[in-house]
Design a protein around this ligand. Structure first.
Ligand SMILES: *[C@@H]1O[C@H](CO)[C@@H](O)[C@H](O)[C@H]1NC(C)=O
Ligand SMILES: *[C@@H]1O[C@H](CO)[C@@H](O)[C@H](O)[C@H]1NC(C)=O
Ligand SMILES: *[C@@H]1O[C@H](CO)[C@@H](O)[C@H](O)[C@H]1NC(C)=O
Ligand SMILES: *[C@@H]1O[C@H](CO)[C@@H](O)[C@H](O)[C@H]1NC(C)=O
Ligand SMILES: *[C@@H]1O[C@H](CO)[C@@H](O)[C@H](O)[C@H]1NC(C)=O
Ligand SMILES: *[C@@H]1O[C@H](CO)[C@@H](O)[C@H](O)[C@H]1NC(C)=O
Ligand SMILES: *[C@@H]1O[C@H](CO)[C@@H](O)[C@H](O)[C@H]1NC(C)=O
Length: 919
């Protein structure tokens, strides 16, 4: 069954995410978990080799397979991943493997992706497998103008202040599971192994995707750009004033361990991630940083990644994962539940992305008219003698590109002309790249033209290599007007020149700087409204290291992929100061000291907690804070079947004098799913908080429990699965901490599960009359055994089971909802057949529908049949004969007991009177 969650796939086409679909799994490839228990009953101190036993048994069962990974981490995970060669289906191979003795679990291997909007395979670069074997020098350092600021991202989190104090992550080991790295880069230590910045690592894949083991994570194809960029965000060193850019990572003294799980075409599997996580644990890392995702729903059963993430968390290793880039810039798209796996896992810390305060690199060009026009670009264009400009009318028209390139080549002017195109909503640089083979131009310029969306106001540049070796420059919408007016007035191509002789950069503030970036995926966890992402960090327009070679060794990228290493670095900074704190303690410190940010579309509001989590991370405040509040986030939900929103946290005063804390509430927007009309996706509809006391005194070194109740906003429509959120502020004279909360804006236990619509009416029982018309429930439906029934039930909430039973019409069962008028009296025709079953102790003829498992909201058409039939407990379908019946629907409430009537939402239908002969 297709799931109801959708993601924006690479390249931003809308696709349904289908569990087990061909795109999301690697065919006939499985992770096999083996039992860790000894199979020997006699005393024998030789522990059995579980792997050997498996291979023997699999061979005996005539299975033909190759081994991808062997997992041998007793206490964490023992098993292997294999690719099976067989003509049988995926499911039957999985079933066969499951029957092998000693096998505990078999799961398919999922494809993994790099969740970066500008970096996705088909849009990242002309050729991700482009190899740069020569470690050429990196680009000479351009000169900063007075307002240049390559440190804005670090300043946003107070990281620059920690560096000034000498706090740089010394002694902490960070494992990065990614594409590998170009560690020849001088900013990354120009070397590998103990004593180097890149102190360790492993490569689980060769360039071509074969599972070739290597302890060397060096990757020289352009695909390594992602891992090289991520590594730089944590660990790069400034190179001073002669080469490259003088930028610094968040924790430049941390030791990095790089694990390669992508090949040069950026393919990899979830079994590679598992291998890397186990290897990282064995290497003794403190943090595992994962800027990746897999195309899979949160599994409801056993899952190796869930299990190993939990094990690492227990072992004191933080697993920090990108939330994903599945959101859109739209103010109207629902967005909720777009967070990906594995960031959704309970043991993982999910990270959202915030736009950089400043765009790092903007230069100027002077046109024939003398106008000075700024443009964004990684490196300056150097062409002081003046380049021509040739504007293409439609940048997404292949013929126009081909004609322009052919003409300029003929004229011998390809290398002295900037080819320009208008960037519109329908023709972004990614569209231009995918429509047309744009590798020939030397200089390209994107003229931005729209400002309808706040995010369009800022500069954007694709990664280095995106257009091959062509040099791309972006001109803002306002500046494009000036430039294009000059071009038109001068008479267009041939009579208008651009003089590039500015090699110093500025870093202008971004319009959306400091706010959630457009792609950053929204939570919450779809089953229980747990807040994800848990916090956010600068990830938009981040300047960091890039493989060496002609592209210059640096690039600007955006994504939750870039925010994740920022949080991993921040974690390392805190851990370096408080080595004894647990993962949850450090997470709480980071969360409660994060700064909630405003909503891009309306700055009178915060952005929803399911978008930003705790807000912008601030490791400086986390380290300096004299107060600890834990837990770091609250889930607002039913506490019991009749209490809701009761919360508690602990305030600990670490200062050496008493402190008085005042408690207050700052609300964040309300969001809902399943909209039927165009409405902003974040609304100023707020809950409230009832504090028992508005201020607490805490003695030096002491801690106090604080309890309070969070009340959701009034008048919510639970059928739209609404969420609300906000922050509980804990203020003292010198500090403000805040604890984010998120939850269902209604009691999930007590709400309606059966979608009940008085106008429709729903649920309904309908029969087709002999004349072809459909009759639906009134007080009594007279039917015969040749009339077909068809019925539907809509459910608004997740459930773990529902049933539809056929009951005698005079049943004494008391439902919550009636499909008929209770006040009308009837003389019942009693069936001569005895009920064969029961429900909640009331006699039942059996079921019409019976579903269990994790069942999503939606409409189900009951199986159709004729007359009145039921399935007896022994599985036989029969008709109980002439008589009066009612259909009874019961849907289990979340957290309810399936044997208790009151733990279900129930509906009893009208009389269905089965008669002999015509009706
Ligand atoms: C890789 O090494 C591991 C042990 O480190 C081994 O179990 C596995 O079979 C090796 N895989 C390949 C493809 O060589
Ligand atoms: C196993 O499968 C591979 C790939 O299909 C094939 O080349 C090989 O001959 C098979 N081996 C056996 C023993 O069937
Ligand atoms: C480079 O960055 C470092 C660290 O931020 C700073 O101390 C140094 O002054 C910078 N050097 C130059 C030349 O800007
Ligand atoms: C990347 O793109 C290439 C070319 O379009 C395609 O063959 C390959 O399968 C893609 N890889 C992934 C991981 O999507
Ligand atoms: C144009 O530039 C390309 C790449 O920069 C270079 O290989 C080529 O020789 C140049 N052609 C001319 C005519 O200058
Ligand atoms: C929320 O659901 C996830 C997935 O089922 C589960 O692991 C987690 O423990 C739940 N959290 C709470 C607070 O119930
Ligand atoms: C409903 O289905 C579940 C499992 O699918 C089964 O255990 C249960 O006995 C069924 N109930 C009835 C009344 O058929």
């Amino acid at each position: 069954m297709p799931t109801f969650k959708i993601i924006f796939a690479l390249g931003f086409s809308l696709v349904a995410r289908v569990k087990g679909s061909d795109q999301s799994i690697l065919e006939n490839t499985f992770i096999v978990k083996l039992s860790q228990h000894s199979e020997l009953s006699h005393l024998d101190d030789r522990s059995p080799d579980h792997h050997e036993l498996f291979h023997k048994r699999a061979t005996d069962a005539s299975l033909n397979y190759t081994i991808r990974h062997t997992y041998d981490a007793p206490g964490t995970y023992v098993g292997l991943s294999i690719q099976v060669y067989s003509g049988h289906s995926q499911d039957s191979i999985q079933a066969q493997l499951s029957t092998i003795s000693g096998v505990e679990d078999v799961t398919p291997v999922f494809r993994i992706t790099l969740p970066d909007p500008t970096l996705a395979n088909s849009t990242i670069m002309a050729d991700p497998s482009l190899v740069f074997n020569d470690a050429t020098d990196i680009h000479a350092a351009p000169v900063p103008k007075a307002d240049a600021n390559l440190g804005s991202a670090l300043q946003m989190g107070g990281v620059d202040k920690l560096h000034a104090l000498g706090i740089k992550g010394k002694g902490i080991k960070v494992g990065i599971i990614d594409t590998g790295v170009d560690y020849r880069h001088p900013a990354l230590g120009a070397g590998f192994g103990p004593g180097h910045k890149i102190a360790g690592g492993y490569s689980f894949l060769g360039d071509d995707g074969t599972h070739a083991n290597s302890s060397d994570p060096l990757v020289t194809c352009l695909s390594a750009g992602h891992g090289t960029h991520v590594a730089g965000i944590i660990g790069m060193d400034p190179l001073g004033e002669t080469q490259g850019y003088n930028v610094t990572g968040v924790a430049p003294e941390a030791e990095l361990y790089m694990y390669r799980v992508f090949d040069c075409s950026q393919s990899g599997g979830s079994d590679d991630i598992l291998a890397a996580m186990l290897r990282a644990e064995a290497d003794g890392v403190d943090v595992v940083s994962m800027s990746l995702g897999i195309g899979q729903e949160l599994p409801s059963g056993n899952d190796p990644l869930t299990e190993v993430t939990a094990k690492l968390h227990e072992a004191g290793i933080a697993v920090i994962v990108a939330a994903g880039n599945s959101a859109t810039w739209s103010k109207f798209a629902t967005q909720m539940y777009s967070e990906g796996m594995p960031s959704e896992l309970p043991g993982a810390i999910a990270v959202g992305a915030i736009a950089n305060k400043n765009f790092p690199l903007v230069w100027t060009v002077v046109d024939s008219k003398g106008s000075v026009i700024p443009y964004a670009s990684l490196w300056p264009i150097e062409y002081p003698e003046g380049a021509d400009l040739y504007m293409i009318d439609d940048g997404c028209n292949r013929e126009q590109w081909d004609n322009a390139v052919a003409m300029l080549t003929d004229e011998g002017k390809l290398n002295s002309t900037v080819i320009g195109f208008r960037v519109t909503d329908l023709c972004r640089p990614a569209d231009a790249r995918s429509c047309c083979t744009i590798t020939a131009p030397v200089y390209m310029m994107g003229m931005y033209s729209e400002t309808s969306v706040p995010y369009y106001v800022d500069y954007d540049v694709p990664s280095s290599g995106y257009f091959g070796t062509a040099h791309f420059a972006a001109v803002s919408a306002n500046d494009s007007l000036i430039l294009l007016a000059g071009y038109e007035a001068a008479g267009g191509y041939g009579s208008y020149k651009l003089f590039f002789n500015d090699s110093s950069y500025s870093s202008p503030p971004q319009f959306v700087g400091g706010q959630m970036d457009w792609y950053s995926s929204f939570g919450p966890v779809w089953l229980n409204y747990t807040m994800k992402p848990q916090l956010s960090a600068p990830g938009g327009h981040t300047l960091s290291t890039w493989p060496l070679g002609p592209l210059g060794g640096y690039t600007i990228l955006s994504g939750t992929s870039m925010a994740t290493p920022y949080v991993s670095g921040s974690y390392a900074l805190v851990k370096s100061q408080f080595p004894d704190l647990s993962v949850d303690d450090i997470l709480a410190l980071l969360q409660t000291n994060s700064k909630p940010v405003k909503w891009v579309w309306d700055e009178s509001m915060l952005s929803a907690t399911v978008q930003q989590g705790a807000g912008l991370v601030n490791p400086y405040d986390a380290i300096m804070s004299k107060t600890r509040v834990s837990p770091g986030q609250l889930l607002v939900t039913d506490n019991t079947h009749d209490t809701y929103g009761e919360e508690t946290f602990v305030i600990e005063n670490k200062a050496n004098s008493p402190k008085t804390y005042s408690l207050s509430h700052e609300a964040a927007p309300f969001m809902f799913y399943q909209p039927a009309f165009r409405e902003p996706n974040q609304l100023p509809k707020y809950g409230s908080v009832l504090f028992e006391t508005s201020s607490v005194q805490v003695a030096a070194g002491a801690s106090v429990h604080v309890t309070f109740t969070i009340v959701p906003p009034d008048d919510v429509d639970a059928s739209r699965n609404p969420v609300f959120g906000g922050y509980i502020k804990v203020k003292s004279d010198d500090e403000i901490l805040s604890v984010p909360y998120a939850g269902a804006a209604y009691s999930v236990f007590n709400t309606d599960y059966i979608h009940y619509d008085r106008n429709s009416p729903l649920p309904r029982v309908s029969y087709t009359l002999p004349n072809g018309e459909t009759t639906i429930d009134t007080n009594i439906l007279v039917v015969n055994s040749s009339m077909a029934y068809k019925s539907s039930i809509s459910r608004d909430q997740y459930t773990r089971s529902y049933r539809v039973d056929v009951l005698p019409a005079d049943t004494a069962i008391k439902p919550n909802k009636y499909g008929f008028d209770k006040t009308v009296q009837h003389d019942y025709v009693i069936s001569k057949t005895g009920p064969k079953s029961s429900i909640f102790g009331f006699p039942s003829y059996g079921t019409i529908a019976n579903a269990t498992g994790l069942i999503q909201p939606g409409t189900t058409i009951w199986p159709s049949g004729t007359g009145v039939t039921a399935t007896a407990p022994d599985g036989t379908v029969y008709s109980p004969g002439v008589g009066d019946y009612r259909w009874f629907v019961s849907v289990l409430r979340w957290g309810g007991d399936e044997n208790v009537l009151e733990d279900h939402d129930t509906w009893l239908g009208p009389i269905v009177r089965l008669v002999d002969g015509a009706v």
